[in-house]
Design a protein around this ligand. Structure first.
Ligand code: ZN
Length: 75
């Protein structure tokens, strides 16, 4: 789970961007922290760069494929 110390630097958002899920290797739509829906692994990604590929980390069959969801939006 992503952590922070000073609440003055983060705030909640209702943006639909937090509801979208991306495939491995998809272009990163917004710079920020992304979480794998299968295993909760978190990564930082820069806008325009590809999200980590399917072989970024291993999943069990129950975890399915890697799917990335933005959890922190860097402005
Ligand atoms: Zn994963």
């Amino acid at each position: 789970m992503a952590l922070y110390k000073h609440s003055a630097y983060v705030k909640t958002s209702t943006s639909d961007e937090f509801d979208k899920v991306y495939s491995p290797g998809a272009s990163t739509p917004h710079s920020g922290i992304y979480r794998c829906e299968g295993c909760a692994n978190e990564i930082a990604a820069n806008q325009g760069n590809p999200l980590p590929p399917q072989n970024h980390h291993q999943h069990t069959s129950a975890q399915g494929s890697i799917r990335w969801r933005m959890i922190v939006y860097a402005q």
